[in-house]
Design a binder for this molecule. Structure first.
Ligand SMILES: NC(=O)c1ccc[n+]([C@@H]2O[C@H](COP(=O)([O-])OP(=O)(O)OC[C@H]3O[C@@H](n4cnc5c(N)ncnc54)[C@H](OP(=O)(O)O)[C@@H]3O)[C@@H](O)[C@H]2O)c1
Length: 284
């Protein structure tokens, strides 16, 4: 795992839980690697002969420019969250969007094909989700972001289904994905709502990619109105599962990953207790 700040990353915990469950003598550790070192990082994977590495902010974009090859998804996003060392090449993958779709399928039986989706935000996480929703056959992928140019660029990742939208259009969506940092503990906007909860209710599935806290005030307000809800832990677990599958070729032991997140005193879905004292936000 590499990125900055990285000390409170939950990913090594997930990876190591899988390795232990498989009886595999591998270890995942967090490396503090600052912006500007993406190329050196890719070269280090090749030099050290590592099977793979997870990559997080602020390196996802610069690493994409340094890989020997990109998967089609990473190519479209120009962002990499997983390096795979295969046949002498370092290949860049991006498992974030498919991680969320797998989580929604597993936890809510939700499949995007033919469904109307709305994404709040146009940053890295939003873009990965928008691309995955478009590829999975969503009928419509609306992008609501404070910068219209960013919304339009992000929406184009969904192909013909994608277009910039207005917040009020959430009422007609099946799925709403909140992909801004609003609500994140320690971010200074803990109580800010990214969307009026009154627009949602029974029949909506609302997902907040934030997982610290596990239930943001916005997610709580939306749940109180009768919408089905999910936090960001499912995406975190399933993007790690996909990375593990790329590295080993084995189906990931999901129960072990969920158990790996749990700490004494946590709730039954696992509280990410490795929160950063600086930002309060654990990072993938
Ligand atoms: N569950 C997971 O596995 C997972 C994975 C990745 C990220 N996340 C979470 O998803 C969130 C976004 O991460 P990211 O990597 O996509 O960040 P990012 O690249 O910095 O993008 C953040 C997006 O939110 C927008 N935004 C920020 N503050 C806002 C505000 N006050 N009002 C309206 N929009 C605002 C930004 O708009 P501008 O571009 O105009 O600033 C941008 O579109 C974070 O909370 C992160 O922890 C979760």
């Amino acid at each position: 795992m590499a990125g900055s700040p990285i000390r409170h990353s939950l990913s090594p915990r997930l990876h190591n839980a899988a390795f232990a469950s498989w009886g595999l003598d591998w270890a995942s550790v967090a490396f503090e690697v600052p912006a500007g070192q993406g190329r050196a990082l890719v070269e280090a994977v090749a030099t050290l002969g590592l099977p793979g590495l997870s990559v997080t902010m602020p390196l996802k974009e610069e690493v994409a420019h340094a890989c020997d090859r990109l998967s089609p998804v990473a190519e479209r996003l120009q962002a990499v969250n997983c390096l795979v060392h295969r046949d002498g090449q370092v290949v860049g993958e991006n498992t974030d969007g498919d991680g969320l779709l797998r989580a929604l399928a597993a936890e809510h039986g939700f499949h995007p094909r033919g469904r109307r989706c709305l994404v709040l935000g146009a940053g890295g996480a939003a873009r990965a989700v928008i691309e995955a929703l478009g590829r999975a056959g969503a009928e419509e992928v609306l992008v609501v972001a404070r910068r219209p140019d960013a919304a339009a660029r992000a929406a184009s990742l969904a192909g013909p289904a994608g277009r910039p939208g207005r917040a009020e259009e959430a009422a007609g969506a099946d799925l709403v994905v909140q992909a801004t940092p609003l609500g994140m503990a320690g971010g200074g906007q803990e109580r800010a709502f990214p969307l009026d909860p009154e627009l949602l209710g029974p029949g909506h599935l609302a997902v907040d990619l934030v997982y610290h806290p596990l239930r943001t005030p916005w997610l709580a307000a939306v749940a109180a109105r009768g919408a089905a809800t999910a936090n960001g832990l499912g995406m975190l677990v399933h993007q790690a599962a996909l990375a593990l599958e790329h590295w080993t070729g084995r189906p990931a032991p999901l129960d072990a990953l969920w158990a790996g997140l749990r700490r004494p005193g946590s709730d039954d879905r696992g509280t990410p207790s490795a929160s950063s004292p600086g930002t309060g936000e654990p990072v993938a």
